[in-house]
Design a binder for this molecule. Structure first.
Ligand code: 8YV
Length: 311
């Protein structure tokens, strides 16, 4: 099996002794496309990360022996699942185990944005002379205000649950219900994105949407970068159409839209949603379990395309 990036020790240890291992350890840290195409050849299983694109070209390069693509993530927009299904290849993900950690990170960004946490830290580190004043670096209250959750799956619901402690009203919009998207963006003081990336959700947040949001509103994205038009977001932040934004994911990851970098009202994190020691151990073990079950003909717990087995 090919593991495209070394995981935490717990997960790497769980793989030992069960299969012939090909682990890409860099440099660079992420496997390049050519290397991925080359190393996938003749593998029974691939353990992949969100930055590894699994499409028809990669599946051709891997060859007919491939039985499973086990993604080290809950999201699997990097994988052409329909193409895998057509070829009888299992696809698995790691849901549930990262729900709470990702919801915590969404709240880290919400609080950082409404109370200007990163901006304040930068302000002191750059040695700006200051004297405390009643009008200094004012943010906004959360208490009594409205949190809008876009995408009401596991992580969206976990993020919503935390709002009770902050005394917020919560509304949501998803494929299966809640308020309309237009109502959500017009009424929310904080909008947190938890929808999957699909052709329908690409640039769901665009210039037109930012104009309809409150000028005091905060937008947080811990889902997938391309849900937000980053250039339009930078313009909206600069024009004061919304108050602040917190981004953990980017349109062209790992690249960050240049026009965001000079803005003080945006907080940026390098895709840390599930980055706790405990959660990464659980994700790694889950991905390994999926991989080993897939290569040995058992049904993986995180199976995304059950049609492959059911048919
Ligand atoms: C991971 C994620 O950091 O699970 C996901 O979909 O985006 C994050 O939890 C990343 O996918 C690791 O491969």
């Amino acid at each position: 099996v090919l593991v495209t990036r070394a995981m935490v020790d717990e997960a790497m240890n769980a793989l030992q002794g069960h299969c012939d291992l090909d682990v890409y350890t860099g440099p660079p840290e992420a496997i390049g496309r050519d290397e991925f195409l080359k190393r996938a050849k003749d593998k029974d299983g691939l353990l992949t990360m969100v930055s590894d694109r699994v499409d028809a070209e990669l599946l051709d390069a891997a060859g007919p022996q491939l039985k499973i693509v086990a993604n080290h993530a809950v999201g699997y927009d990097n994988i052409d699942v329909a193409e895998c299904t057509r070829r009888g290849i299992l696809v698995a993900n790691t849901p549930d185990v990262l729900t709470e950690a990702t919801a915590d990170l969404a709240w880290s960004l919400i609080l950082a944005c409404v109370r200007r946490v990163a901006e304040g830290d930068r302000f002191l580190r750059t040695g700006t002379p200051w004297i405390w004043g009643p009008k200094m670096m004012l943010g906004h209250d959360l208490y009594g205000r409205t949190l809008g959750i876009v995408g009401h799956g596991r992580i969206g619901q976990a993020t919503a649950r935390r709002a009770t402690g902050f005394g917020m009203r919560v509304i949501h919009n998803s494929r299966s219900g809640g308020v309309s998207f237009d109502t959500l963006i017009a009424e929310s003081d904080v909008v947190s994105i938890h929808a999957p990336l699909t052709p329908e959700t690409r640039h769901l947040f665009n210039a037109n949407v930012f104009r309809q949001m409150k000028p005091t509103a905060v937008l947080v994205n811990t889902a997938r970068g391309p849900l937000v038009d980053e250039a339009a977001l930078a313009s909206a932040l600069r024009a004061g159409e919304i108050f602040a934004a917190g981004l953990d994911v980017f349109e062209r990851e790992p690249e960050v839209e240049k026009s965001l970098l000079d803005l003080d009202n945006v907080t940026l994190l390098p895709h840390l949603g599930s980055a706790t020691a405990e959660t990464r151990a659980a994700m790694g073990l889950f991905a390994v379990e999926n991989l080993l079950n897939g290569v040995t003909g058992k049904r993986p717990r995180g199976l995304v395309n059950p049609e492959v087995i059911d048919s």
